[in-house]
Design a protein around this ligand. Structure first.
Ligand SMILES: Cc1ncc(COP(=O)(O)O)c(C=O)c1O
Length: 396
């Protein structure tokens, strides 16, 4: 299959030609009804996830209660996330949200024993900034690296990260404009200063290869409802093996204990693995959905997905340029994730008009967010731009 940019006629999709995209699209029923370009908010629901959620209902009806099996479902998500990141299962906590993972790590850091600086950026999703600001009452000094013209060059982090920095906690891709930070370079700078690095990968995981052994962050969080194709109410936290036992979270619960089923209420004995960063009963139905979503990604393969998403976003950018719309995301492929953003005069009106025409997008900060996944194609891009050209008075 080839992918031809409508305006330039340029053939841009060749590397993913061996994948049967039409068959894959058929597994996402909403694509037959709508032009779905909102994976940054919620990934399209697949027949795989529907079947998996149905099997949860069937299991409940058939088995009644089977905690051993449900704990296995949680373990299976842990293994799948480990595979996604090139980590070991011991390094993964399955959490209820990204916030839960960030809070657990924040609760295990000490801000009154030497270093207390937390470096964040203007690109953070509110939850991650808010959790770090909440640590100020425990002695943290949160310092924010400002955005300039829609990007934050690595030099700005270099100026801010110093010998007093305990942790650099940054998003991989900005939820407002889609800009992607140079995480490997930030990790390198932080390492030289002896600081930890926490990556919020929510807006990128599932669309590009991210190997923790190569990038070497200390912590990564993400969630299953967007590009990981699962559902809301389940996320993950990666913690680098060598750090696990030195971190003792004070946000905890019985599923974080070394022996969960010891039911020992006389002490706190956290697991030696990253399970120590979990809390209470696992989100069982969500594990079923997450397992199915992650297995679609494993089936297609991240390198193929990364190429495909790169091709689709390139086609969107080509169309936007040809229509003389204003990009809010950096054009450089190295500086952007799976989301393309365009400046608008009225983001809510535009998203509403598109919705009325069966095109699902979203907006933030005056930007129209167009967030494709591997299941989108040139027809989706063409439908979007036909509509945007009709609404060009709302575009800048
Ligand atoms: C970058 C980023 N981080 C975190 C979150 C949300 O995290 P949580 O799972 O805690 O709701 C989002 C949700 O949109 C996000 O885009």
């Amino acid at each position: 299959m080839t992918f031809v940019a409508a305006n330039t006629g340029q053939e841009i999709m060749t590397a993913t030609a061996n994948t049967d995209w039409a068959a894959i699209r058929a597994r996402f029923p909403i694509l037959q009804k709508k032009t779905y370009l909102n994976s940054c908010a919620y990934g399209a629901l697949s027949t795989d996830v529907i079947a998996s959620l149905q099997s949860y209902i069937n299991d409940r009806l058939e088995k009644g209660t089977d905690w051993a099996y449900w704990v296995e479902r949680n373990e299976s998500v842990r293994t799948a996330v480990a595979r996604l990141l090139g980590a070991t299962a011991n390094e993964i906590a399955v959490t209820a949200s990204a916030s839960a993972g960030i809070n657990s790590i924040a609760s295990s850091l000490h801000f009154d024993q030497g270093r207390n600086k937390v470096v964040i950026s203007d690109f953070e999703f509110p939850t991650s900034a808010q959790i770090w600001y909440a640590q100020e009452s425990r002695g943290a000094n949160v310092v924010r690296v400002p955005e300039k013209d829609g990007y934050i060059p690595v030099e700005h982090f270099e100026e801010t990260i110093d010998e007093n920095t305990l942790i650099v906690a940054v998003t991989q891709v900005c939820f407002r404009n889609g800009a992607r930070l140079d995480i490997p370079a930030i990790v390198e700078i932080a390492r030289k200063k002896g600081a930890l690095v926490f990556v919020d990968g929510y807006q990128c995981m599932g669309t590009a290869d991210f190997d923790v052994r190569k990038v070497k962050p200390d912590f990564v969080v993400g969630g299953m409802l967007k590009y990981l194709l699962g559902t809301a109410g389940i996320g993950f936290l990666y913690v680098r093996e060598a750090l696990i036992e030195s971190l003792v979270p004070t946000m905890t619960g019985w599923f974080a204990q070394a022996d969960i089923f010891a039911m020992d209420s006389t002490q706190y004995a956290p697991s030696s693995s990253a399970r120590r960063f979990e809390m209470g009963t696992p989100p069982v139905p969500n594990c079923y959905a997450a397992e199915a979503g992650l297995s679609i990604l494993a089936e297609i393969g991240l390198p193929v997905i990364e190429t495909r998403v790169g091709e689709i976003t390139a086609a969107i950018i080509a169309e936007a340029k040809s229509a003389a719309f204003t990009l809010a995301v950096p054009e450089d492929r190295c500086r952007r994730g799976p989301m393309v953003t365009l400046r608008t005069h009225d983001e809510h009106k535009l998203v509403g008009e598109l919705e009325n025409e069966g095109i699902v997008t979203s907006s933030r900060d005056g930007n129209l967010r167009i967030s494709p996944h591997f299941y989108n194609n040139q027809d989706d891009v063409d439908a979007l731009f036909r509509a945007l050209r009709r609404h060009k008075h709302l575009m800048t």
